[in-house]
Design a binder for this molecule. Structure first.
Ligand SMILES: NC(=O)NCCC[C@H](N)C(=O)O
Length: 282
């Protein structure tokens, strides 16, 4: 999940978020559509400057505000994309946008998660090429995890499900990727108090070094201080304003770039990883 980012699917916030009502989408008072669009553009420039090729979802005024969080409606394997099924009702039509983009890009579709199963991309963490960890919580359920295991078994991939806590409740967004950001094959940023214990133990057994993000910054940012995108091993993009978490990553040899994201990320419960669906890392 932290190899060099080559190709990535994104969606501009300019149209998608333009008319979003915070109360409907569970966004905080800091949400501001025009500011979010500017912050998204600054983030996209950092991603492009890393050398990644950015593929854009169609920029429609379709009212799908959360569709800017392209990490969640699909997952990409070495044999093609898996079209997911969203746990958040307002996001149910987003996977079709991804399917159209993959058709245009020539990326084959390996399979689909079907309701009543649900899996969101933010709950999926590749521990290595043959091991996928999935958080079971308000967005991803047991039926979805079972379907994912069936789709990936022929590829020799083992799928492990881990229970997530409820934390801020059913309407809030807590994915497995909310409590871990891989930074290199052997390095991850974590908020250990919310990590599923068996997942923590698996990471430790594999010798992955775990950096603790600052707990106060995690609380104050509603978890977004921890949501960090690697564009290459130890080359990361993070939300500005969390110096202790950034310093912990720098102490582990990471180069940290930041962008202002109060209106886009902190208000809307999604950070740099959530704004990107990596299609190719190598
Ligand atoms: N992977 C992620 O953590 N995605 C964040 C999605 C935020 C969006 N507002 C949601 O509630 O789905």
């Amino acid at each position: 999940m932290a190899a060099k980012l080559r190709r990535v699917l994104m969606r501009s916030a300019a149209s998608a978020m333009r008319h979003a009502k915070p109360a409907e989408w569970h966004y905080g008072p800091g949400f501001d559509a025009a500011r979010a669009a500017r912050q998204h553009q600054a983030f996209a420039e950092l991603v492009a400057a890393s050398g990644a090729e950015v593929e854009w979802l169609t920029d429609d005024d379709d009212g799908l505000a959360d569709s800017v969080f392209t990490h969640d409606p699909s997952l990409v394997t070495e044999q093609g994309a898996i079209i997911l099924a969203m746990g958040k009702a307002l996001r149910r039509s987003e996977p079709a946008l991804h399917e159209s983009a993959y058709a245009r890009m020539g990326v084959p579709i390996l399979g689909r998660i079907e309701f009543p199963g649900s899996v969101e991309g933010g709950d999926c963490v590749w521990v290595d090429r043959q091991t996928l960890a999935i958080g079971r919580g308000v967005r991803t359920n047991e039926a979805g995890i079972g379907q994912m295991a069936d789709l990936l078994r022929p590829l020799g991939v083992d799928v492990f499900g881990y229970d997530l806590p409820l934390w801020h409740g059913e309407d809030a967004c807590l994915h497995l990727m909310s409590v871990i950001s891989p930074l290199a094959d052997d390095l991850a940023l974590v908020h250990a108090p919310l990590l599923p214990t068996a997942f923590y133990q698996m990471l430790r057994r594999r010798g992955i070094t775990l950096i603790e993000g600052d707990a106060d910054e995690f609380r104050d940012s509603f978890g977004l201080s921890l949501n960090v995108l690697p564009t290459a091993p130890r080359e990361v993009i993070a939300v500005a304003g969390f110096p202790k978490t950034a310093a912990a990553m720098e102490a582990a040899g990471c180069r940290v770039q930041t962008f202002e994201a109060d209106a886009l990320c902190i208000a809307c419960e999604g950070g740099p990883t959530c704004l990107t669906r990596p299609v190719l890392r190598a």
